[in-house]
Design a protein around this ligand. Structure first.
Ligand SMILES: [Zn+2]
Ligand SMILES: [Zn+2]
Length: 284
């Protein structure tokens, strides 16, 4: 970092944007839907870049400050462990600790009703492509980066490791959502350790228990360890959530309002003693 977080952030944004554009163009070559439909889907999801930037930028500064503070004060798990000075080992430990925290974060987003009401916006996409990566409710952006501030404080992970990890994470997350698949053999081998595009797509299946599986961010070892690892043939996957009607989330304002509307709907349902329908639609 060397006191130049602005340069690293610019480089990351450039890397992210280049990869998004390259994958999006590659997707066009292999697309099944009309190009017009793909544009509509992409434009809707790209609205979230604006809200993410507004929420994420000030919180990213907090991440940088906290990381510098923990390094100065010798705080956090990594600073307390008697680790050798080798950068490779320190990087591996930092990477593993951060990835484990990401697993806990994603698990919480699914298992807590309040947090799920925001995270489901990401899951509500019924046509996964590279633009789905940025489909995140600003409420979740706030929760995610705030949680990151906490994990950086607890782990004491150095900023250099955090930044290198961020590049790997961007690549992994974009590949996880794109329609471009890895060769079957490579996918099989990578699945032993990594969250592959095939595994993350299982996580986007519209019904349980698949929605609540493969929580890993870059690594799938935590899913294997804690019994949340699941496989499903791509041909059997229906993207979306079976408790949300697509008509309720057709526009950007719909998607922004949905976590709050849902609460009212629940209250209405409770008041009328009507059971909440659990499966409002099924993907064709
Ligand atoms: Zn999820
Ligand atoms: Zn996803």
């Amino acid at each position: 970092m060397n006191g130049k977080p602005d340069h690293s952030t610019t480089l990351q944004l450039f890397f992210f944007a280049t990869l998004v554009i390259a994958l999006w163009n590659a997707e066009i070559l292999f697309r099944k839907e009309p190009l017009r439909e793909k544009w509509r889907h992409t434009v809707l999801n790209l609205h979230f870049l604006l809200t993410a930037t507004l929420v994420q930028l000030p919180l990213t500064l907090a991440v940088i400050k906290v990381s510098e503070y923990t390094a100065d004060q010798g705080l956090g798990i990594l600073n307390r462990l008697p680790l050798p000075s080798s950068f490779a080992i320190r990087f591996l430990m930092g990477f593993l600790v951060m990835d484990f925290f990401e697993y806990i974060y994603h698990y919480m987003m699914h298992k807590t009703a309040f947090l799920w009401s925001f995270h489901l916006i990401h899951h509500s996409d019924t046509e996964l492509d590279v633009s789905t990566t940025v489909r995140e409710h600003p409420g979740e952006t706030f929760i995610r980066v705030s949680f990151m501030v906490l994990t950086v404080y607890l782990s004491g992970v150095p900023l250099a490791i955090l930044l290198i990890r961020q590049f790997i994470q961007s690549f992994s997350n974009l590949m996880a959502h794109t329609t471009i698949s890895y060769p079957a053999r490579l996918e099989r081998i990578l699945r032993w350790v990594f969250i592959t595009p095939g595994l993350h797509k299982v996580h986007h299946h519209d019904s349980m228990p698949y929605t609540d599986s493969n929580y890993g961010d870059i690594l799938c070892i935590w899913d294997r360890l804690f019994g949340t690892y699941r496989e499903l043939e791509v041909s059997e996957i229906n993207f979306g959530i079976d408790t949300v009607s697509p008509s309720e989330i057709r526009t950007f304002p719909n998607l922004l309002a949905y976590p709050f509307l849902k609460k009212e709907k629940k209250q209405e349902a409770e008041a009328s003693s009507e059971p909440i329908p659990q499966k409002l639609y099924v993907n064709p």
